[in-house]
Design a protein around this ligand. Structure first.
Ligand SMILES: Nc1nc2c(ncn2[C@@H]2O[C@H](COP(=O)(O)OP(=O)(O)OP(=O)(O)O)[C@@H](O)[C@H]2O)c(=O)[nH]1
Ligand SMILES: [Mg+2]
Length: 367
């Protein structure tokens, strides 16, 4: 692997002797958080897909590779007519650098995938998504006529990426247009940890018939689907823990904090001006215990509680951090298409019986 570190010395001139780690150790941890209710949801998806006009797959903009689940590609493979749109969530926490978005554009062009970015809680962003759905609906209606079951979109994605929040926001727009009377309440339960939605929802209406369209638009909320162990690895598990896509108590908080430090030091190669942790620009370190000491505000805090507080802060509000080292390493040989094909190959055939049987043994085993 060739790692391009051009310009490093110039950017961090005052700490020219510091070299970040280019690899992260493989600490002992479970490599998956795949659950029984997710197998059930996958079976439901297969049944629902023929009725769908669009699949919307949500991914976290801070971890575009780790939150890309090839299980969804496998399921959609037979449904060539269903349009797919990738929605990167947490735009509000996105690194503010243009090259990053340029990289994403190139990646998605390689695969012919369409994507948009949004903050699921932001009305303007969510309205823009609604406009896309309305446009697709209009196109279908003009070409094929009336859809008796309405225009239907399945909202999918890994756990905690914002699926239910997005549906609630779309529903709020619908409500504010005066379509739902006074008794409006959130339709989908949301929460800051993985696995809040446990079952596939009934259809949720987000537009009404109007002069332009007779087809109403419906969404279906789904439980987040994790990756089976065979398409996971240590780095991915740590990245998913940092964005909240697996239960965060599954991975030791010190490992998570150390991984965050590893990523921050790599990120500083590209932009050494941001103080990502105390002393990251003037006295960077690869020693997590050193960082935890710098973060401790009083003596009553121990290393573990400091690590939990620090990683939680970045998971929920940390702006500008990227959780996938492949994005930060500037490896000239990295190809998104090859990455996805490699994941599909590792996944092999999706046998629900196989997945269910293995889950009966040990929920966190590698399979
Ligand atoms: N900063 C930020 N937070 C978001 C965004 N979208 C969702 N969240 C937060 O992320 C957390 C998870 O949101 P949910 O909507 O419950 O996620 P989900 O994908 O439905 O999760 P599961 O049902 O567990 O699969 C909540 O605390 C939301 O407030 C976003 O665009 N930006
Ligand atoms: Mg949900």
């Amino acid at each position: 692997m060739h790692i391009n570190v051009r310009g490093t010395r110039k950017i961090i001139s005052n700490v020219s002797s510091f070299t970040p780690r280019y690899e992260f150790p493989k600490y002992s941890m479970p490599l998956t958080d795949f659950k029984g209710h997710q197998v059930k949801a996958l079976k439901t998806f297969e049944k629902l897909l023929p009725q769908m006009n669009m699949i919307i797959e949500l991914r976290d903009i801070r971890a575009p590779l780790s939150t890309r689940n090839v299980v969804f590609d496998r399921i959609a493979r037979k449904e060539h007519d269903v349009m797919k749109l990738v929605v990167y969530t947490r735009k509000d926490l996105m690194p503010g650098n243009k090259p990053y978005i340029g990289k994403l554009k190139n990646w998605h062009e390689e695969l012919g995938e369409k994507f948009i970015l949004l903050d699921c809680r932001n009305k303007t962003d969510v309205r823009n998504l609604l406009k896309i759905l309305e446009w697709q609906n209009y196109e279908l209606e003009t070409n094929g006529g009336y859809l008796p079951m309405g225009y239907r979109a399945l909202i999918t994605g890994m756990p905690n990426v914002g699926k239910s929040t997005l549906i609630n926001s779309l529903r709020t727009i619908f409500h504010n247009q005066g379509n739902m009377g006074r008794k409006f309440k959130k339709v989908a339960k949301t929460g800051a940890e993985a696995g809040v939605t446990r079952a596939t929802s009934e259809v949720i209406r987000v537009t009404s018939r109007n002069t332009e369209s007779r087809n109403e638009i419906y969404l279906i909320d789904t439980p987040g689907i994790g990756v089976p162990g065979r398409v996971s690895d240590h780095n991915r598990m740590l990245g998913l823990a940092l964005c909240g896509s697996v239960k965060n108590n599954l991975v030791d908080p010190i490992f998570q904090a150390d991984y965050l430090l590893y990523l921050m030091n790599l990120q500083n190669l590209n932009d050494g001006r941001t103080e990502l942790y105390p002393g990251s620009t003037n006295s960077p370190t690869n020693d997590i215990y050193d960082v935890l000491r710098r973060l401790q505000v009083n003596k009553s805090q121990n290393e573990k509680s400091t690590a939990i507080e620090w990683t939680n802060k970045w998971r929920l509000h940390g702006k500008g951090i990227i959780f996938d080292p492949e994005v930060l390493l500037n490896n000239d040989e990295f190809s998104y298409k090859n990455y996805v094909n490699d994941q599909l190959e590792k996944l092999g055939d999706l046998s629900y019986e196989g997945l269910s049987n293995k889950l009966k043994g040990n929920p966190n085993q590698v399979f």
